[in-house]
Design a protein around this ligand. Structure first.
Ligand SMILES: Nc1nc2c(c(=O)[nH]1)N[C@H]1C(S)=C(S)[C@@H](COP(=O)(O)OP(=O)(O)OC[C@H]3O[C@@H](n4cnc5c(=O)[nH]c(N)nc54)[C@H](O)[C@@H]3O)O[C@H]1N2
Ligand SMILES: Nc1nc2c(c(=O)[nH]1)N[C@H]1C(S)=C(S)[C@@H](COP(=O)(O)OP(=O)(O)OC[C@H]3O[C@@H](n4cnc5c(=O)[nH]c(N)nc54)[C@H](O)[C@@H]3O)O[C@H]1N2
Ligand code: SF4
Ligand SMILES: [Mo]
Length: 711
């Protein structure tokens, strides 16, 4: 007899794309995930990991109960209530002895795909009084924060991809990552179709990437610089645009304080210099600059390939300078870029928020005097915050939807730090590397077991759109929604929790649906309308326009070339040092089958199951390495073993691997973790302590018989 199947509408919550899906449920389990062809944004698109959403929820390694570490180091089941009480007691005793700054929070990627989790996690953390807030942003694209702090921000809004006629993507591969830059949605949804359609309507696409990526394959112009040299390339593009007078003089006059300083800084960065430093032909640099400047609308946006490089803050600053110089922002009276449906729209104004360098006054860590930026300490110093002695040393760490054991630079140090904590709590549906080291692992619901809406993802949608989903399958009885755990923890710690403007009663908390409705109160769609639209709600144009500058704001200007940025440019121009021991460059690479560590352990999902070191076949031949042979990859910080894989899409001299693979358990066959090769001693950015995670100097050597045993 066949079991009954029911079909449900929902959206996937593994990445920012939030693709609409149809779920076939059999015997209370997700049997099949299909793209929702009626979804107005994703149009039926799903990716390989999204289609395995059922296995992610029901897989063998799914935690169906919370666990607690026992004296012998193994984990035993514990109820959430009991765990919460014990955690609160242990936190209290740590705070009593060492003060609130001994408690830290790490917010990971997956907490951001549940609308209720981030506000509740922050509400709990605020009540602790600690300054030790960390997130993945500071091992990702916090260079964008640094730019706003040093340059300022134009408040009229950015030009959008949807009506652009030119776009430059640097160090991002949205066809795979659904990213595309700047967090406000260059190419997030159904990326390949979106890019092809844009090109058909006439958009010219420029891609800057040392690999001929899936995105670069669709480009009109593909520039493949030497990894880590993007800042010089961008300075060269600015050189061509400014010396040929292709810039938007009107926009610069109105909103820029120091155009002459920029011109002066880049005047020597000629296309010939770019050719020398970056390995991109001078003519190609001129052509790309002219094509970009010739467009009427469209921006330069960037991703991890720039934000993780050795001059990331500078490179990101020059991306922004390119947009400013070409005036790629919305002017007074233009239709505003208003994406708010469930959230409150901040009115757009044709004025500048000046640079404030607020990080100069942020909480100061005893580790290198690094300061908090936007209320967060950089994750690049988290391990040192735990390991280095001092009165406010971090002794307790709570991890929400993240896997710092896999994600932090200098893996050996990160693991040492996590192991040395007095208390490590991890909220994770799987026994991740971090969970394995934890004293308590709280087992939360997974995406199709919880109600949700798209408020957090709103800025990414190409049109004003919002979607609600109910829980589609019942969670295992032992698990809890993330937000409920954090509300419970606050209550057990005697901290009141303010949420959406009211104090919650932890003894009688609202339902998830009520909480979701509360968070959407300031939005423009009645929650009941949202619930009644299973494929989501398209809100239509709001009619908002960019308003005039305020009297005060009219005097503010953007600063394109402050002295510290200028010094960084000088350093980038002279940084041609090649360490002969490490002649190749390891670069970042995301794959469709996993999102960070999620997916790396789903059987059969990642082809080959491992994380090969991809190298150009001619480099392999020069190194005497066969395709498929085991190799050692070394850097100044460490070494790893991987399988070599020939890859013709790569520029010569480049090694490309994926992050967040590997396991603390040597018995697991899930590839290797690239953070064996990254460090926090060299290549660390000023201000945000961002480590170098791409363009890492490495050497690749063959492993010859028997050597594996000595490893
Ligand atoms: N060398 C190198 N290092 C890198 C990078 C790189 O490119 N190279 N990339 C960096 C970047 S950009 C990032 S963002 C970080 C990633 O760092 P993290 O965000 O810390 O890593 P993830 O693997 O995404 O961790 C997400 C965890 O959440 C769990 N999870 C899944 N669903 C849920 C849920 O519903 N609730 C809860 N509570 N947990 C859930 C998953 O099982 C997983 O363990 O890594 C950084 N590190
Ligand atoms: N499928 C999938 N999607 C994801 C994720 C995932 O793990 N898998 N992770 C999510 C997260 S946390 C993030 S932060 C985003 C990131 O999204 P993206 O920034 O788009 O990340 P990648 O796809 O790794 O693309 C980075 C590109 O930079 C190139 N690159 C490397 N080094 C350099 C360099 O020195 N210069 C230049 N110009 N390019 C360089 C690489 O070849 C690569 O093509 O993706 C998100 N989406
Ligand atoms: S993981 Fe795949 S299916 Fe899910 S939202 Fe992201 S792109 Fe869409
Ligand atoms: Mo990320």
């Amino acid at each position: 007899m066949r079991s009954a199947t029911s079909r449900h509408t929902s959206f996937c919550r593994l990445c920012a794309s939030s693709c609409g899906v149809l779920l076939d449920v059999e015997d209370g389990r997700i049997a099949r995930v299909l793209g929702d062809a009626h979804h107005p944004i994703s149009g039926g698109y799903t990716c390989p990991k999204g289609r395995r959403g059922g296995d992610l929820g029901h897989g063998l390694d799914r935690l169906t109960t919370s666990v607690r570490r026992t004296a012998d180091g193994t984990h035993e089941p514990v109820t959430v209530a009991e765990a919460t009480g014990e955690i609160a007691d242990r936190l209290r005793s740590i705070v009593d002895r060492h003060g609130p700054d001994a408690v830290a929070l790490f917010m990971g990627t997956q907490q951001n795909f549940a609308a209720l989790t981030p506000p509740m996690v922050r509400a709990w953390f605020k009540g602790t009084g600690s300054h030790k807030l960390f997130s993945t942003m500071t091992i990702d694209q916090s260079a964008k924060w640094v730019v706003a702090e040093r340059m300022g921000t134009y408040l009229g809004g950015r030009q959008r991809f949807e009506d652009a006629d030119v776009w430059l993507l640097a160090g991002t591969n949205p066809v795979v990552s659904g990213n595309g830059g700047d967090g406000d949605g260059a190419v997030v949804h159904n990326p390949s179709v979106t890019l092809r359609a844009a090109r058909e309507r006439g958009l010219r696409l420029i891609v800057v990437d040392p690999r001929r990526t899936e995105t670069a394959a669709l480009a009109d112009i593909h520039l493949a610089p030497r990894p880590g040299t993007d800042a010089v390339l961008l300075a060269g593009l600015l050189h061509v645009i400014l010396t040929e007078g292709l810039h938007d003089g009107d926009f610069c006059r109105r909103y820029v304080a120091d155009l002459p300083a920029l011109v002066d800084a880049i005047v020597g960065v000629t296309p010939a210099v770019v050719e020398d430093v970056c390995g991109v032909g001078a003519d190609r640099v001129r052509e790309a600059a002219r094509v970009f400047a010739d467009g009427r609308r469209g921006m330069a946006t960037s991703g991890t390939g720039l934000c993780m490089g050795p001059h990331s803050n500078l490179a990101e600053h020059l991306v922004a300078a390119l947009n400013v110089v070409c005036g790629r922002y919305l002017r007074e009276g233009e239709r505003a870029d208003d994406r708010a449906v469930l959230t409150r729209q901040v009115p757009a104004r044709a004025e500048v928020a000046p640079p404030t360098r607020a990080y100069e006054t942020g909480f100061r860590s005893r580790v290198g005097g690094v300061r908090a930026i936007r209320g967060e300490l950089p994750s690049g110093i988290l391990a040192d915050e735990i390991l280095e002695p001092g009165p406010d040393r971090v002794r307790a760490l709570v991890v929400s939807g993240g896997n710092p054991a896999a994600a932090l630079p200098d893996r050996a140090k990160a693991l040492r730090a996590l192991r040395s904590l007095d208390l490590l709590v991890c909220v994770d549906p799987r026994m991740s590397d971090t969970a394995r080291l934890a004293d308590y692992v709280i087992a939360p619901t997974t995406m199709y077991e919880r109600a949700d809406h798209t408020a957090i993802m709103e800025p990414f949608f190409a049109r004003r759109f919002a979607q609600f989903t109910p829980a589609v399958v019942a969670p295992p009885p032992g698990v809890v929604d993330d937000w409920r755990f954090f509300l419970g923890l606050a209550a057990a710690s005697g901290q009141p929790v303010k949420f959406a403007g009211r104090i919650l009663d932890p003894a009688a908390p609202p339902t998830s649906e009520q909480m979701l409705a509360m968070t959407a109160e300031r939005g423009r769609v009645p929650f009941t309308d949202l619930v009644a639209a299973p494929h989501g709600h398209l809100a239509g144009d709001s009619g908002a326009v960019v308003g005039p500058a305020t009297e005060e704001g009219a005097g503010h200007r953007l600063h394109l070339m402050p002295d510290d940025v200028r010094a960084e440019l000088r350093a980038a121009l002279t940084d041609q040092s090649v360490d002969v021991r490490f002649p190749m460059r390891l670069v970042v690479r995301r794959i469709r089958e996993s999102v960070n560590s999620t997916g790396t352990r789903v059987p059969g999902l990642v082809p080959g199951g491992t994380n090969p070191a991809r190298v150009h076949p001619d480099d392999l031949a020069d190194l005497g390495i066969a395709d498929g042979q085991r190799v050692t990859v070394r850097s100044v910080s460490g070494r790893l073993r991987a399988m070599a894989q020939a890859d013709r899409t790569l520029a010569r001299g480049v090694v490309s691997m994926t992050h967040c693979f590997g396991s603390v358990d040597p018995g697991d066959d899930v590839g290797v973790n690239v953070n064996e090769l990254t460090g926090t001693d060299t290549g660390v950015q000023a201000i945000n302590a961002m480590p170098t995670l791409t363009a890492v100097p490495v050497a690749v050597e063959p492993v010859t018989g028997g050597e594996d045993d000595e490893w």
